[in-house]
Ligand binder design. Structure first.
Ligand SMILES: *Cc1c(COP(=O)(O)O)cnc(C)c1O
Length: 376
């Protein structure tokens, strides 16, 4: 059996080496390292794939979220509602822009933002909601969009973990996550479902004027060179990363399918186990399994992780400390915040290896050891 890894980008590369190498060599031959043709090509191809009007490539997913929030004209002190149970980037940019993060609960089944908790958190200062499609499952966008409409709020989707995920509305309309809110943001960090060979990110919108504004912000606040209209930043996807992503985008659906078959294997092995809750998939969402995350009940999660490590099986805790308990937000008076579901999930989740190159004997070995530990 091959050694088990949380992600295996090397083996994935070897299957598409000829395509990727040739795309990278084209960039080297033209020497257009910044804003080369692959960047425009990728932006067009991704818009087409997602069925969204505008895709603005940028340097990473954190920048994508930041640029989105900068474009909405939010003022210091404006409140932005976000789940506490997410990666730090989602909430960090809120604080960085001197906006106030308002942490709310997630649904313990989907791990995504809870619309009831959002409603309770709305004040006269609330300006935006940032749902996160955590682990590859969609947040309940139909309800979130309804709340946003009711209270006139912006919605920024953090789609860093769910590119390719489909959302089905109650009238049967299907949209890709990241294209439903005011703006969507994603990351091409190498381990993401659509990963580059370095950093990268993108912002999506169907709004022409927001698109123009975000393009300008990502480019030092200029539309015309050396004429800077607003304070922006420097956030570019380089041509080599775009060339890699152009190739990998054509494989994305296949990659997500292979993640789904890994999840199906795990689900079958763990079905009805008294200590395990396997990932839930809501009627409205597909699941692209950026992570395969179990909830352990009445079992020692950290001891399981330790036991797996002894057998050379990696596992991860995403995330060991929720946003509302991070020191970086201490100045927002967060210690008083009480999010029991988030705290409970933080203590019981464990993510098992899921990637496009997993083999049956590895999956057999992992499930066997999880069950051995729990049944001993
Ligand atoms: C990865 C990730 C980001 C940030 O992306 P980077 O490219 O690493 O900056 C933001 N939000 C979530 C939920 C993520 O998983």
């Amino acid at each position: 059996m091959r050694p088990i890894q949380m992600v295996d980008t090397k083996s994935q590369y070897l299957h598409i080496k000829a395509e990727v190498d040739s795309a990278i060599h084209d960039v080297l031959d033209t020497a257009a390292y910044i804003n080369g043709k692959p960047v425009q090509d990728f932006s067009t191809a991704l818009s087409q794939y997602l069925q969204v009007k505008h895709t603005i490539p940028c340097a990473n997913g954190t920048d994508a979220l930041q640029i989105a929030m900068m474009a909405l004209g939010l003022e210091p002190g404006d409140e932005v509602i976000t789940p506490s149970f997410t990666y730090i980037a989602t909430t960090e940019v809120v604080a960085l822009l001197k906006l106030t993060p308002v942490f709310v609960e997630v649904d313990p089944k989907t791990f995504c933002i809870d619309p009831n908790s959002v409603r309770k958190a709305i004040t006269s200062k609330t300006k935006a909601i940032v749902p996160v499609h955590l682990y590859g499952h969609a947040a309940p966008m139909e309800e979130i969009m309804q709340i946003a409409k009711e209270f006139n709020l912006f919605v920024i989707e953090d789609n860093a973990q769910a590119i390719g995920c489909d959302y089905t509305f109650s009238d049967g309309t299907v949209k890709k996550t990241g294209t439903i809110g005011t703006i969507g943001a994603t990351s091409f960090y190498p381990s993401k479902n659509l990963g580059a060979y370095g950093d990268g990110g993108a912002i999506f919108t169907n709004d022409d004027s927001l698109a123009a504004k975000m393009k300008m912000i990502a480019n030092h606040g200029q539309q015309k060179r050396y004429y800077h209209e607003v304070v922006g930043c420097n956030s570019r996807l380089d041509s080599i990363q775009a060339a890699v992503l152009n190739v990998k985008l054509t494989h994305l659906d296949r990659y997500n399918k292979s993640r789904q078959s890994v999840a199906a294997f795990y689900n079958a092995a763990f079905a009805n186990h008294p200590n395990i809750i396997t990932p839930f998939v809501a009627d409205y969402s597909t699941h692209v399994y950026h992570q395969y995350t179990l909830q352990l009940k009445n079992a020692d999660r950290d001891a399981l992780s330790e036991y797996l490590a002894q057998h050379k099986i990696p596992s991860m805790i995403y995330y060991p400390v929720p946003g509302h308990k991070q020191d970086m937000f201490a100045s927002f008076g967060l210690p008083q915040i009480n999010l029991p579901i988030t705290d409970e999930l933080t203590a019981c989740v464990i993510s098992l290896p899921v990637h496009t190159e997993m083999e049956q004997d590895q999956l057999q070995f992992i499930t066997q050891h999880v069950l051995n530990y729990l049944n001993q």
